[in-house]
Write a protein of this length. Structure first.
Length: 367
């Protein structure tokens, strides 16, 4: 598919500091242009394809664009000149399609009702089925639609990176990183599902789930994709791993804390959603490891319907076990490790300065 006509504006790359809002806008433009082309391609399929595209637009709208940002600055850390910035922005946007795919599938597997303050994809299609009075099972229809949309966006992530417009000799190594990244995410997700089914996980197992389901694809692999597009050597990728992997783990640990203690008005998810879903996170594993009646009470309540009072009770148990304090300390140690590794990379100082800012943004956020 040839590249469609696009706006001429370039992503802003300020010489001093970092303009996250301008970058997010640039990534959104590339996603919109790509989805416009896909909509035209699928137009012969009629209104149902249009509904699927509309949900793809909703699934890829908004967000912090952290994965795209790590890709962008991973590239500039290796090649400060950047070259074709529009093509690089398209490559960065491909990671947001991967992320959207993972969220759609994750919400279905977790039976989540909402995402960013709106119905989760499977719930939205389920509601459409009911409203239309169609035959069959509305829940099954919603699940099928979510699986198909997630698969479609996963395919699109490869397509957008492959057709980003950068030289093929640079794109091929980046695609190899993306291939590995997708395998890690899917296998990590299955590990997570299996852990929840067994209803037990020690801290080491929970950390393994965290690393492969989220940490690597959130920071380390986006850095690698960007650096590979800049012609990075394996040794440079290893240096970026020393920064990106511990930072990705800290990022997901923060997410786990927010999944229990976050404000629903800010996170867009119900209060204590991870507790209702029975997530065996590092935070929960640490609380259970404390033992005693409190741990037994927490263990028995995980994954059951919980009202606001019950959620508050479990939050108190986790807090009193010392688990939250321990996770906060772990986040701090991982960030320190990551920043020390970043200082030792010897990569572009300006890009590294922005990566330090991003490290703060992903680990000290409230959403």
């Amino acid at each position: 598919m040839s590249q469609p006509s696009v706006p001429t504006s370039q992503p802003e790359r300020p010489r001093d500091g970092w303009d996250p809002s301008g970058f997010r806008d640039a990534v959104q433009r590339e996603l919109d242009v790509f989805l416009d082309a896909q909509e035209e391609r699928l137009r012969p399929l009629g209104p149902d394809a249009a509904r699927l595209l509309a949900e793809a637009r909703a699934a890829t709208a908004g967000g912090k664009r952290f994965r795209a940002a790590f890709c962008w600055w991973g590239h500039l850390a290796v090649d400060p000149a950047a070259g074709d910035e529009r093509a690089l922005a398209r490559a960065c946007a491909s990671l947001e399609l991967l992320h959207a795919s993972a969220l759609v599938h994750d919400d279905l597997m977790d039976a989540s009702d909402t995402r960013r303050g709106r119905p989760a994809t499977h719930r939205g299609f389920e509601a459409e089925h009911r409203a239309a009075g169609w035959g069959g099972d509305p829940e099954q229809y919603g699940a099928a639609a979510a699986i198909l949309l997630g698969d479609l966006m996963l395919s699109w992530s490869d397509e957008l990176l492959r057709r980003c417009g950068l030289p093929l000799e640079r794109v091929v190594p980046a695609l190899e990183v993306l291939d590995l990244c997708r395998s890690e995410v899917v296998a990590g997700q299955f590990l997570d599902v299996s852990v929840q089914a067994r209803a037990r996980a020690d801290e080491q197992t929970a950390m393994t789930v965290l690393r492969y389901k989220s940490a690597k694809y959130s920071v380390e692999r986006p850095l690698h994709v960007g650096a590979a597009l800049a012609g990075a050597t394996p040794e440079v990728l290893e240096r970026l791993t020393a920064f990106g992997l511990p930072l990705g783990e800290a990022f997901q640990l923060r997410d786990d804390v927010l999944g229990v203690f976050g404000d629903p008005d800010v996170t867009g998810k119900p209060a204590g959603d991870d507790l209702v879903e029975g997530k065996r996170t590092v935070l929960v594993a640490k609380a259970l490891a404390a033992g005693g009646p409190a741990a037994d009470e927490l263990d028995a309540a995980l994954g059951t319907p919980l009202d606001e009072a019950a959620v508050d009770r479990l939050r108190t148990l986790i807090e009193e076990s010392g688990a939250r304090e321990s996770v906060e300390a772990l986040i701090e140690r991982l960030v320190e490790e990551a920043l020390a590794a970043l200082d030792a990379t010897g990569l572009d100082p300006s890009a590294c300065a922005v990566l330090r800012d991003l490290a703060t943004a992903v680990t000290q956020r409230s959403v």
